[in-house]
Design a protein around this ligand. Structure first.
Ligand code: ADP
Ligand code: MG
Length: 616
């Protein structure tokens, strides 16, 4: 038989390899920014059009390249950063594989202009899909400018696979943040479709964080500094009361390189143990410096994980330094506080902004004593949440008159429809037909057997349908706030909120102002406690950014889902019998009671026959 193995032509091999390095426009942004930093630039400009689908350009004032190097830089495995395998163990640069430019040039139109300090003239090279189209001598300033146009022009499948501009832009901004945070002494600017999104002058680390995440961030930051033989830590953690629902503000840098580490993240979380409300995540911006020999970054080109020699030690040091900082800045566990609604509000009311929130520690509190003292506080807390809980139904009231009839029409597999679903009807005063299991499920009897309802999902369904209704017929009822709420957001977050403004208004929000860094809210939907507003909006922003489901994106639907998720009673919340019954009734008054807004099962039934079998 004839030989059948062939070497792939270069351009095909390059395209395949490019798939590994360049997944989306943000990957190009990351590679180009890192090259500029490796070239010792002090000023780096990122210009993006159509979320990078049309243009990504990085201009730096770094050391530039000679004509020969400029040409070589597009060859696979062409790098100036390592000479021998040994060098891999003491890397001080971001790049070392010599793959990025070759990969990018294989799947886009690339134009490079570069000049070294000592040269009069520079070099311009144009490459389209690995083919060099032209090479010229040009007048250009010191440094390098690389434009990447028409990404994936020769791989339509990849191009079609790209997400919406909002999503791709989010990824680009994430990469930009990571690089800019790792290098506060370098000036960065970023432009999208001609308008400036970030302008970050050379600064110290605190200023860099504030310049990126907004002035309001400043008061949130608690410094963390530690130097030991194996590890140097510097940076900030966020005060617990400002913790976010999302993990958007969590950054680890190891030797100035952004990394993700679930293990080290755990160290931080455990340092915050007892300080955080459920479901919120600590903010942190931490730089770790270790001996390059003690880490292994020689892994997948785009992955951000690295391997440490001695993870356990790092864990312990990190945890104790964060704990120490929190302690030094007098941040004591919230669990033992007098209940103070301010602690529920990540941002204070407008009229109080000047005073920092005070924290009252109950010095008599003894966690081991019988809870006579704190018992009082727990009741207070419980009452508070239950009040809120009640108010969630305000909007449902009109519906509930109808419920009884609708309810009797509900049908389960083997059930006779003429019967009422629950046997309680008259007896509801003395005996209850529902029972709460593990503060998670509501158990009830139906004719054919028993019904188990997931309280959180069921409530999401109820709220979701209710919200959708008020949004589509725009009949939402607002409750005016006594004190307008001023909430702070980053510019990116504000762009998203602006897009959703109309839909938010349809749910009952009233905005008096959209400023550069903040919004003023003077009215909220009746069923929304004002302490929850910022959490709801944060959750909403993060849901939009993730844009799930991606395909049939409807702002209205997403907003209803997101708010339902935020507002729904949680697993673990204990409910009175009448609350349980109300929930069951409202669920079966829904159009689609079987599933939550995200298509998860809300209830299951177990037939008596099934139970009988178990007793055989
Ligand atoms: P790597 O960064 O892994 O070396 P790249 O493909 O990203 O591989 O870049 C190849 C080479 O091109 C680099 O090693 C560097 O010498 C040169 N280079 C790339 N970008 C720049 C830049 N902005 N300024 C100066 N030299 C650059
Ligand atoms: Mg590189």
């Amino acid at each position: 038989m004839a030989d059948i193995i062939q070497l792939l032509p270069d351009h095909v091999a390059n395209q395949i390899a490019a798939g590994e390095v360049v997944q989306r426009p943000a990957s190009v942004v990351k590679e180009l920014l890192e090259n500029a930093i490796d070239a010792d630039a002090t000023l780096i400009k990122l210009i993006v059009k159509d979320a990078g689908k049309t243009l990504i350009q990085v201009i730096d004032n770094g050391k530039g390249m000679s004509a020969t190097d400029a040409r070589l830089s597009f060859e696979r495995h062409a790098t100036s950063k390592i000479r021998s395998a040994e060098d891999l163990f003491s890397l001080h640069t971001k790049g070392f594989r010599g793959e990025a430019l070759a990969s990018i040039a294989a799947i886009a139109h690339v134009e490079l202009k570069t000049k070294q300090e000592q040269d009069e003239l520079g070099t311009q090279i144009t490459i389209e899909g690995s083919d060099v189209v032209s090479q010229d001598i040009v007048v250009t300033p010191k440094g390098t400018s690389i434009s990447v146009k028409h990404l994936f022009f020769n791989i339509p499948a990849r191009r079609n696979f790209l997400k919406s501009n909002t999503v791709e832009m989010r990824h680009i901004i994430d990469e930009f943040h990571r690089v800019a945070l790792a290098h506060p002494t370098i000036s960065f600017a970023m432009y999208h479709n001609g308008s400036e999104m970030f302008n970050l002058p050379e600064s110290n680390y605190r200023q860099r964080v504030v310049n990126i995440f907004g002035n309001k961030t400043n008061e949130k930051l608690v410094p963390v500094e530690e130097t030991t033989d194996v590890l140097k830590i510097s940076g900030f953690v966020g005060k617990p009361q400002f913790a976010k629902r999302t993990k958007a503000e969590q950054f680890f840098f190891v030797n100035n390189r952004f990394i993700k580490s679930a293990y080290l993240n755990h160290a931080i979380n455990s340092a915050f143990d007892g300080l955080m409300k459920d479901g919120s995540h600590p903010t942190y911006f931490l730089n770790l410096t270790v001996d390059p020999k003690s880490i292994d970054i020689n892994i997948h080109p785009t992955k951000t994980e690295i391997k440490f020699d001695d993870e356990h030690t790092l864990y312990a040091i990190l945890r104790s330094s964060v704990k120490h900082s929190l302690g030094q800045f007098n941040i004591a566990p919230v669990l033992d506080f007098e209940y103070d609604t301010n602690l529920d509000t990540p941002y204070d009311y407008k009229d109080k902004t000047a005073s920092t929130p005070t924290i009252e520690v109950d010095r008599n509190y003894n966690p081991f004593a019988d809870h006579n003292v704190s018992g009082k506080q727990t009741t207070a807390f419980k009452k508070q949440t239950l009040n809120n809980w009640d108010s969630i139904y305000v909007g449902l009231e009109s519906k509930s008159t109808r419920e009884e009839q609708d309810f009797s029409e509900v049908e389960f597999e083997s059930e006779e429809k003429t019967e009422s679903l629950f046997k309680n009807d008259s007896a509801s005063e003395a005996t209850y037909s529902t029972y709460q299991l593990h503060n998670k499920y509501i158990v009830s009897t139906i004719k054919s057997g028993m019904l188990l309802i997931d309280q959180h999902r069921a409530h999401q369904r109820i709220l979701y349908e209710n919200l959708l209704k008020s949004m589509t017929i725009k009949e939402a009822v607002s409750q005016q706030l006594l004190f307008p709420l001023e909430l702070h957001f980053t510019p990116t977050e504000l762009t998203i909120l602006k897009q959703l403004k109309e839909d938010l208004e349809a749910t009952g929000f009233i905005f008096s102002n959209f400023n550069k860094e903040s919004i003023d809210i003077i009215g909220v939907p009746v069923n929304v406690p004002d302490s929850e507003v910022s959490i709801i909006l944060e959750q909403l922003i993060s849901d939009v950014e993730q844009e799930v489901p991606d395909s049939n994106f409807s702002a209205t639907d997403l907003l209803a889902k997101s708010m339902a998720k935020s507002l729904a009673i949680k697993t673990g919340q204990s409910l009175t019998n009448s609350e349980q019954e109300h929930l069951v009734n409202s669920l079966f008054a829904c159009k689609e009671p079987n599933v939550s807004p995200t298509n998860r099962t809300t209830f299951v039934t177990i037939d008596v026959e099934e139970l009988d079998k178990k007793f055989m």
